[in-house]
Design a binder for this molecule. Sequence first.
Ligand SMILES: [Zn+2]
Ligand SMILES: [Zn+2]
Ligand SMILES: [Zn+2]
Length: 146
Amino acid sequence: MTQLHTDSKGTAESISAAPAASAPSEDMQDTGQGEGRTRVPWYAAMLCRVGIHTGRWEYLAEGQCTQMRECRRCAATKVRTKHQREWRYARDGRCEQIRTCKRCNAVSGERTKHQWGENYTVANWREGHRCKRCGVVETWDTSYDD
Ligand SMILES: [Zn+2]
Ligand SMILES: [Zn+2]
Ligand SMILES: [Zn+2]
């Protein structure tokens, strides 16, 4: 068995890469106040002066909702309470909800939230719907007597 060896090497194409255009260097303004501090633009320092600080609020401890923020510019600290509240049903088969904080479990509200099904006819001139969760039925009059 004769093997035909066909060397068909593709011709290597030379890719001419254009040199990346160098960005024009901007002349940064240097105020020359070398005091070892991070340079804060005047407008940012102004914001700090009027109480608009920049920084991330971080929780101080797990299970608590106290947050502290340290300003990136002036290092001023501030403390606040930030709850992560959500409504949830107090128990199965009931529609009372309580609003609690996911972090510290503080309760901050109560309400009733039914999960109504489709409206249906109860009787003449009367419609209703039934809660899919607790089974309570609410009906209303559909006769429009002006
Ligand atoms: Zn600040
Ligand atoms: Zn909380
Ligand atoms: Zn219900």
